[in-house]
Design a protein around this ligand. Structure first.
Ligand SMILES: Nc1nc2c(ncn2[C@@H]2O[C@H](COP(=O)(O)OP(=O)(O)O)[C@@H](O)[C@H]2O)c(=O)[nH]1
Ligand SMILES: [Mg+2]
Length: 287
């Protein structure tokens, strides 16, 4: 009975907790991701500068608080995308529909992204962007849906024609904003399962990262020890005076009265040696 009440309490508490969404913007460099984010923030869209790496913004979409990740799309940094999939409730993939020459690259990047274990099945908005340009006429949302074979994906998806920069370079396209509202509402409907997945995937990733860090720490420590021993060996080679002669007394067994004496005496001898420059080490040649 107590268990039932507790579950009900936790369920109600979860339901009343404010929901917040995380959405990632993907797409090749120059496709219009940063312009889309500026449009969401209600900022002038003609000022987008190239994104290196990652930036995040808090925006309001469909009366919900949304954190958007705007990732760099240049080929050399595209591999960072996968570091963010675990955390997100939805994905926006932006395509420069006016640049036919890069469509094969778009398709490869898209397929790699949506097939990733942490991204697969999450709600997806595809933007056929730059529709204000004449060259985009041959790649409308319908064409793009076919080209990327969206209907084969097992996720809720929507493909929209849009012009994030707006015709005048300032008014954001309504269809993009409507697409975003659809994405957040769709993620909202599946929120409980998406959030559970996010929490689990983030936990697994965190564990993996911690394990990697620990392994790296151990590797560095081992390397440090090896270098230290190497340096000691080289130092010993360079100052033969401190080496033991073949006539050195036999090695004392740990715990023997001689060994205990040696351990107790050692610091004093070192102090004396350092301060007076004349340490007398039994058995050392030329000491
Ligand atoms: N004509 C037109 N240009 C756009 C549109 N969206 C973005 N751009 C321009 O495309 C360039 C790259 O945009 P940006 O947002 O930086 O792309 P990102 O690299 O994907 O973030 C910029 O010069 C934008 O002004 C659009 O809808 N129409
Ligand atoms: Mg950018």
């Amino acid at each position: 009975m107590f268990g039932l009440m507790r579950n009900l309490y936790l369920h109600l508490q979860k339901k009343s907790a404010p929901r917040s969404f995380t959405i990632v913007f993907l797409g090749l460099d120059g496709s219009g991701k940063t312009t889309c984010v500026a449009a969401l923030k209600g900022e002038p869209t003609e000022e987008a500068t190239q994104t290196w790496g990652f930036s995040s913004e808090k925006v309001e979409v469909a009366q919900s608080s949304v954190e958007v990740y705007d990732l760099g799309g240049a080929k050399s940094i595209r591999r960072i995308w996968e570091n963010y999939y675990a955390e997100v409730h939805g994905i926006v993939f932006v395509v420069d529909a006016s640049d036919e020459s890069r469509l094969p690259e778009v398709k490869a990047a898209f397929e790699e992204a949506v097939s990733h274990a942490y991204a697969r099945g999450k709600p997806l908005l595809v933007c056929s962007n730059k529709q204000d340009l004449a060259k985009a006429a041959s790649m409308t949302a319908n064409d793009l849906r076919d080209y990327l074979d969206l209907d084969s994906l097992k996720c809720n998806h929507l493909c929209v024609d849009c012009s994030a920069a707006g015709k005048e370079g300032s008014t954001p396209d309504e269809s993009f904003l409507e697409g975003m509202a659809w994405l957040v509402r769709t993620a909202g409907v599946q929120y409980a399962s998406l959030q559970a997945r996010v929490e689990e995937d983030v936990r697994v990733e965190k564990e993996k990262q911690e394990k990697k860090m620990e392994e790296r720490r151990l590797r560095v420590e081992k390397l440090r020890q090896e270098r230290l021993e190497q340096a000691k060996a080289e130092e010993a080679k360079e100052s033969p005076a401190e080496q033991q002669s073949p006539t050195s007394p036999p090695r004392q067994e740990p715990g023997s009265p001689e060994a205990v004496y040696a351990v107790e005496e050692e610091p004093r001898r070192r102090d004396e040696g350092e301060s007076q420059g004349q340490a007398q080490i039994p058995g050392a040649i030329g000491a």
